[in-house]
Design a protein around this ligand. Structure first.
Ligand code: R5P
Length: 282
């Protein structure tokens, strides 16, 4: 039985189809004071339930805890929680004295309602260690090759060294092309510098690859780093197309031809589902 979170309905349906499991119904409501209520339909006593919920906001975190609890209340004997996009995962350490390790805080809360966790491309895999139940990270980067059009002499370019393995995965899934990466310095949440990489982009299609596009600052800087050097087209691909604060417009204004993401985050650029890799790990 697949139990979908409200922000992850498309992926939950794909996962149900991929695994041959039934899709449970979920009703969401609010009490007069604004607090959310969640009711599930179709979960029978003894069921094995897979809750699929990206936690893109604080209220979606609460909804996830409610879904887990509703599954148990209905008599589920085993609950697996799939976090296609795990909110707060980038706050995986204390960046300043006295600051919370928010990824650990939410991981502990999520652990209380589940037997197991699966997450997709968290910024750092080590975040899995924060859960009190077995937790696994799956890699959906290879799926990003699916929506790409035919490419001419493609260069798969990561905006920083950390994303280079993802660029390699997309290149391998595409089948041809070279891989390179830029150097990135982050000054603040929205202020990043990307140093031009030496790769020859003239006459080539460039595919930028990262795990998350949050505000689009990193990717628009990466586009600027190759600007004026004769690339034929520039595509942006990412597993998690968060695209907050006008991020999509920022990328199009930077000259990007198209943006492609997976459905871990539901956006009009979510051109491919991550369901097959999640299904394999379930
Ligand atoms: C961090 O290093 C991540 O891999 C992404 O590069 C980052 O989250 C993107 O954030 P933004 O789109 O706000 O630059």
């Amino acid at each position: 039985m697949i139990l979908p979170g409200s922000a992850t309905q498309a992926l939950a349906a794909e996962l149900a189809a991929e695994t041959g499991r039934e899709l449970a119904g979920v009703s969401l409501d609010r009490f007069a004071d604004g607090e959310r209520s969640v009711r599930v339909e179709g979960v029978e006593a003894g069921a094995e339930v897979v809750v699929v919920a990206s936690t893109l906001s604080d209220s979606l975190h609460v909804e996830l805890l409610q879904l887990q609890d509703a599954a148990r209340e209905a008599g589920a004997t085993r609950v697996t929680t799939v976090l296609p996009y795990m909110g707060y995962a980038r706050q995986d350490r204390s960046f300043e004295p006295g600051q919370s390790v928010s990824a650990r805080a939410v991981a502990r809360a999520i652990s209380t309602g589940t037997d197991r966790v699966l997450t997709v491309n968290p910024h750092e895999r080590q975040v899995c260690e924060y859960f009190d139940v077995p937790a696994t990270a799956v890699d959906a980067a290879g799926r990003l090759a699916v929506p790409l059009p035919e490419l001419g002499q493609p260069l798969f370019l990561a905006p920083d060294a950390g994303a280079e393995p993802l660029a390699t995965t997309v290149r391998d899934a595409h089948g041809t092309g070279t891989v390179d990466y830029c150097e990135k310095t982050r000054h603040s949440d929205t202020d990043v510098d990307v140093t031009p990489c030496a790769a020859d982009v003239a006459g080539r299609d460039v595919v930028l690859v990262d795990d998350i596009v949050a505000t689009g600052s990193t990717m628009s800087e990466a586009v600027a780093a190759i600007d004026g050097r004769g690339a034929t087209r520039v595509f942006v691909t990412c597993v998690h197309p968060v695209l907050a604060r006008g991020g999509y417009t920022k990328l199009r204004r930077a000259g990007v031809t198209a943006v492609y993401g997976t459905d871990t985050v539901e956006h009009h650029v979510s051109a491919v589902t991550a369901a097959p890799v999640i299904a394999e790990a379930l």
